[in-house]
Design a protein around this ligand. Structure first.
Ligand code: NI
Length: 169
C-alpha cells in the first residue's frame, strides 16, 4: 500500500488521454488499491489514474455515506445517459479548495471491468452519476474547471499557481 502524489491543476499532464488497460493483472490491482488509499486519505469520493500520472483507464470511487463501498472501474464506457440533467457543486482533488456548479446527465449506465477483470454494468444517479462522469472526463484529459467560464478558469489557474509557488518557497 502506498499514497500516490496527486497532480494539481494546471499541470499539463492532467490533459493526457488515458489508454485502455490491456490486462487486469496484479499491477493494475496494486494501482487501484493505492488509488483507493490515496482517495480516502485525501477525503475524496473519486480518483482517476490520470490524477496520479498513470495514463490508463482506471477509476476508483466511493460515494457511500460510511465510506465503506469502494468501487473500481476499469475501461469504463457509458452505455446510456438520461435526458434529464442535474446541476451539482463539484470539487476535485486536483483543484484543491475550488467548488463550482457543473451540469451533467442525472443518471448513467456504465459498463466497466472490476479488479477481477469481470465485466459489470452499473446504473447510477445523483452523486454517483456525477462522480462517474467527472472521473471519466479525467481519463479523457478533461478537468471540471473546463466547464466553467474562461474568466473563472483564469482566476482558478492564477490561484493554483500562486499556492504552488507559496508551497515551494
Ligand atoms: Ni477530479
Amino acid at each position: 500500500m502506498a499514497l500516490l502524489p496527486i497532480l494539481v491543476y494546471p499541470d499539463p499532464r492532467l490533459h493526457t488521454v488515458a489508454r485502455p488497460v490491456q490486462a487486469v493483472d496484479d499491477r493494475i490491482r496494486q494501482l487501484a488499491s493505492d488509488m483507493l488509499e490515496t482517495m480516502y486519505d485525501s477525503k475524496g469520493v473519486g480518483l482517476a489514474a490520470t490524477q496520479v500520472d498513470v495514463h490508463e483507464q482506471v477509476i476508483v470511487m466511493d460515494t457511500s455515506e460510511e465510506h465503506d463501498h469502494p468501487m473500481v472501474l476499469i475501461n469504463p464506457r457509458i452505455v446510456w445517459m438520461s435526458d434529464e440533467h442535474i446541476i451539482w457543486e463539484e470539487g476535485c482533488l486536483s483543484v484543491p479548495g475550488i467548488y463550482d456548479k457543473v451540469e451533467r446527465a442525472a443518471a448513467v449506465r456504465v459498463q466497466a471491468l472490476d479488479e477481477q477483470g469481470q465485466l459489470r454494468e452499473i446504473e447510477a444517479n445523483e452523486l454517483t452519476a456525477v462522480c462517474i462522469q467527472h472521473e471519466m472526463d479525467h481519463l479523457k484529459g478533461k478537468v471540471f474547471v473546463e466547464y466553467l467560464s474562461m474568466l473563472k478558469r483564469g482566476r482558478i489557474k492564477t490561484k493554483m499557481l500562486k499556492a504552488q509557488r507559496e508551497a515551494q518557497s
